[in-house]
Design a protein around this ligand. Structure first.
Ligand code: ASP
Ligand code: MG
Length: 404
């Protein structure tokens, strides 16, 4: 089937005039003779608004009821968009996640998709109707509504494109693609025409957020090629796929900055097997995701351990550690500090040496001190003082020749 899946995010359907604009775009695609499934988010702000109302009633609302509530935002936009299409004489039908047979496990607010039957989607498409599908929602075995985590409409679109074997999946948003760095920090950042799933995931986990990470993981696993592009322009965006041939064998594709991490240090940790494990066990039991980790060589039987956690989890992490140490777990809590994490990402580093030295030299030249370093096969991250973050991003971007 010659099918295109288009997804429009919250800012793209923010109000009635935005919804009309989306309808015109959809009509243009439909006029070309392609079948179209449109996945939409809630209007921007609506999901947050629903959540805060729930929280005004209960601190910890029941998660089944919470999903029932959060799924409302998307149901508003699907019907409005279907009406806007009708107004343009385009036959369209709105569908909820359950009507489209999006079946999930029962983990409310972070459900995983198990199967997509498609429900009556194919029948509607054969009749040449545009199907307008509510993103972010599915149905579990008990027949209860589930949602996919914040930003989960991206996942709905990718999964539906995979299930229906769509020719193209377009993620329309308020930026016109994935950039070599955040253009607000690095004015000469360039739009990347094509990027691999793994680079996109590393950039996302390093602080440059364009799409829901789970959606990119799903695309990678099921090999769904997609394009990130702007609702507000006609420019081509960034294609995300398995392998990308780069023009000049680029070492680095992008530089990301994450300003949202706190470095926690633990001193006087007994130098014996299991000491570090007990610290991270406390973190995992507290539900805190640890990112960079550095352990110093032990002296006098004591070691120091530093690691970073998301800022919003820092207080919880410290509290749990204080309790652990007060109850006889070895170690002392040191002072925590905010850091900025700068990451350079590129599949080119798998086969080339010298990326680390180039990166570190660039930082040294402008007198930026590195507090921590961590690496993966295709990423090098350094923690720096928050005041140095933007400067470090700019010099790294320039050092790898990423500018215009
Ligand atoms: N409306 C949901 C949210 O705000 C899902 C989405 O926008 O993708 O997280
Ligand atoms: Mg979104």
């Amino acid at each position: 089937m010659n099918l295109i899946v288009q997804k429009y995010g919250g800012t793209s359907v923010a109000d009635v005039s935005c919804i009309k604009r989306v309808a015109r775009r959809v009509k243009r695609t439909w006029n070309q003779g392609t079948k179209v499934v449109v996945v939409v988010s809630a209007r921007s702000g609506v999901t947050n608004d629903l959540i805060s109302r729930a929280n005004a009633i209960r601190k910890q609302p029941d998660d089944r009821e919470m999903d029932m509530l959060m799924a409302c935002g998307e149901q508003e936009t699907i019907s409005l968009l279907a009406m806007a299409l009708h107004a343009l004489s385009v036959p369209a039908v709105s569908m909820t996640g359950w009507q489209a047979g999006i079946l999930t496990d029962g983990n409310h607010s972070r459900a995983r998709i198990r199967e997509i039957t498609g429900g009556s989607i194919r029948k509607h498409l054969r009749k040449n109707k545009v199907v307008v599908l509510a993103g972010f929602q599915g149905l579990d075995d008990d027949g209860d509504l589930t949602t996919f985590g914040r930003g989960g409409s991206d996942l709905s679109a990718i999964a539906m494109a995979g299930a229906l074997n769509a020719k193209t999946c377009q993620i329309f948003t308020d930026v016109d693609g994935v950039y070599s760095a955040d253009p607000r920090t690095v004015p000469d950042a360039r739009k990347i025409p094509a990027i691999s799933y793994e680079e996109m995931l590393e950039l996302a986990s390093s602080g440059s957020k364009v799409m829901q990470t789970r959606a990119v993981e799903f695309a990678q696993k099921h090999n769904v090629v997609f394009e990130v592009r702007s609702t507000f322009s006609n420019k081509t965006g960034t294609t995300v796929k398995k392998k990308v041939k780069s023009l000049e064998d680029m070492l680095v594709s992008g530089v990301a900055i994450d300003n949202n991490q706190v470095r926690i240090s633990v001193t006087d940790l007994p130098d014996r097997p299991g000491a570090a494990a007990s610290v991270f066990k406390v973190m995992s039991e507290t539900g805190v995701v640890v990112d960079m980790i550095v352990q110093n060589v032990a002296r006098n039987g004591k070691a120091n351990l530093t690691f970073t956690v998301p800022s919003e989890d820092a207080f919880r992490a410290e509290k749990a550690l204080k309790e652990e140490f007060a109850n006889g777990g070895g170690g002392k809590l040191g002072r925590s500090t905010k850091i900025a994490k700068i990451s350079v990402v590129g599949v080119g580093m798998r086969s080339h040496s010298g990326v680390a030295s180039k990166f570190f030299e660039a930082l040294a030249e402008v007198g930026v001190n590195m507090l921590m370093i961590s690496t993966s096969e295709i990423k090098i991250s350094v923690a720096v003082n928050p005041d140095d973050g933007e400067m470090a991003t700019r010099v790294a971007h320039a050092a790898f020749g990423l500018g215009k």
